[in-house]
Design a protein around this ligand. Sequence first.
Ligand SMILES: *Cc1c(COP(=O)(O)O)cnc(C)c1O
Length: 363
Amino acid sequence: MTSPSSLHINLDAIAHNWLSLRARHTGETAAVVKANAYGLGAASVAPKLFAAGCRNFFTAHLSEAIAIRPLIGNANLMVLHGILPDEAELCTAHNITPVLSSLPGIALWQAHAKRLGKPLPAFLQADTGMSRLGLSPAETATLLNDRTRLDGITITYVMTHLMNAEIAEAPSNEVQFSRILEFQSHFPGAKLSLANSSGLFLDPKFASDLARPGAALYGINPTPGRPNPLKPVVTLHGKIIAIREIEPGTQVGYNGIWTAQRPSRIATVAVGYADGYFRCLGNQSFGYFDDHPAPLVGRVSMDLTTFDITGIENINLGDSLELIGKYCTPDDLALAANTNGYEILTALGQRYQRHYTGAVSNA
Ligand SMILES: *Cc1c(COP(=O)(O)O)cnc(C)c1O
């Protein structure tokens, strides 16, 4: 099931990006590799980052963590979603640390520690404003009134997640910072894990003891509106499988949302919304042949998209247009699709031929 279109993932750039984020602060820098490393392939990304020196990894689900455990030596591996009933045993069997975000989660982990007869490490997440995961103020009060709920659990880190880190002037950043410091004060000995990618570009205090960047590793700009300080990682080449000449007045694609105004040359490319090239990009983006822009014309269909290549010389059947890369970054495509670069990356299709540069053999 491979498409003739190809996705190139530069692992050297990912390692470079991790090292440059690490250099921004004196604390440690983890790597968030959830959702298959934001769609780019955790099995390739995790060993590369381990080789670059990363010793702390986060996934969303336990199954994602179990999958990369053999690839990252004895690095610390955390599950952001914590544990559900019956998952505690799997965590310890694979040397995985849960991020505990609720009283029931704490109880499960404590019961497991008791069964094993030894203390177990955990991260403890507080909700400081997102109302998504993390102990609520009421749960925190309950916990602090009954510290025995933590017997057998060693809280290595307290953490929280910033809701507006990419908006430097958002008042919520300082509010969340003061709330997590207050929370941390109740857990002497626990370090702080705060910043995501964009958090590393706020006041240095947000970096904390353990930053958790994800998106920036994969080339997403953590400072929207300012130049991207990271290297690009992803290039998508769409294969031209047909070229036609059309007369003025001719419509292109479903529903004819684009009509040629002049004699035009149309390239049909083997990429569509089934590959994560969103349908809402119809008439909204560009492909590039070298540095020549070819406007996307008409609707994006499931497996095909049409581009106006009128006037571009030396372009032939079997050539490719660059749909994501130097001239149209994931962030640019996101802007055209009214979403963010995260969704562009995590939607990248499974049919593309995937090529990696800079791969390392597994740890
Ligand atoms: C996804 C996630 C991150 C990484 O965020 P980026 O914006 O991709 O850097 C960090 N922490 C938590 C809790 C997350 O869910």
